[in-house]
Ligand binder design. Sequence first.
Ligand code: PMP
Length: 447
Amino acid sequence: MLDKSSAPAVNVPNDLAAFWMPFTANRSFKQAPKMIVGAKDMHYVTSDGRKVIDGASGMWCSNAGHGRKEISAAIAKQAEELDFSPPFQFGQPKAFELASRIVDLAPAGLEQVFFCNSGSEAADTAMKIALAYHQIRGEGGRTRFIGRERGYHGVGFGGTAVGGIGANRKMFGSLIAGVDHLPATYDRAKQAFSIGEPEYGAHFAEALEGLVALHGANSIAAVIVEPMSGSTGVLPAPKGYLKRLREITQKHGILLIFDEVITGYGRLGYAFASERYGVTPDLLTFAKGVTNGAVPMGGVLVRDAIHDAFMTGPEHACELYHGYTYSAHPLACAAALATLDIYRDEKLFERSLKLEPVMAQAMMSLKNEPNVVDIRTVGLTAGIDLAPRADAPGTRGYDALNRGFHEFDLMMRISGDTLALTPPLIVSEEQIGEIAEKLSRIIRAVA
Ligand code: PMP
């Protein structure tokens, strides 16, 4: 049981015992809870009344900043008009409107949207669509998936299996069968302190030819990668890498899935990273920023040709036997439409692109702080690698996260000893400077 005498007195529930927190060291959290009770614009408010600058868009979600009245008003209005309607066999107008709005933002060729509730569901949905697509075309032998080391695609069985993070897989047995991984695209010796796309590393894509040779193209359903791995430490795709993956997948009839759960909705200065990199996948997953984090929602953008195969195939294929009670939930659709209006009206994607050099310069100014061994920046995103403590690898990042929040009023994300900075796209130049200045003090404090 928690020793309640050690818990802060203000605004913290007396009993922290019953909530089993996700991806959290539950015992140590409860010794010094990082408790958040409010949020407005660029700041969180803590249980002891402090304002903490949000250097993480919450969790890569709140691109338009917090407490947006336009979004909460749209949610409240929708809840009164139509709180819920069944998404199977029935439609509600906002689902169709939102799908069109998202298609308008997407690269040409991605013309259909399948809705779900999270990035994890989006990854598993994309994988199931890929399997079904091959099957209805008489290529049911294509069942293998290829992910990537250091990839993250959420926590469903499919997403966990194609993900490349040992800790996330090890407790859960064999997951799904027939999964291989491409190598990660990171090589510190050749890429350190890169701004934008690293020059070195396009050749990492050639490993796909090796896997095709090993298994046979006609056994592979799809390749899934993030254009920039976010939660595993901000690893932008090297120049030319994604194009090469596209060429190889096309040549072998393998579908290419981009997981844009983090890179979607402006993080890299465009609606989707696919546009930035000039590479259009066959399926593209999104979540997080689509509703500014205000209501859970995810989805998969799908190439017309894939959708057509279902519509023109055998009668039974017209129905995809997949979906969720909360697919295209009315409150999520209302939140997303209001969010997309803000992104458009405030030109936030353009703003993100404009601030990219400011972010890069501010973050690179930390190059000579103690233990900094690499910094990568792209879009409005930075990853800062700290040298691991010899006696306790991974703890320096954790210390930075905790001390950053409790002592320096900065919210960041971490992945091991990598600090990830991904502020809302409304961040000002001064606030980018403030985040860098706080980071400098935090990095020294944990040295
Ligand atoms: N894919 C990527 C690239 C992600 O970063 C995440 C979440 N950080 C997910 C999928 C999973 O999303 P969710 O937590 O909404 O299920």
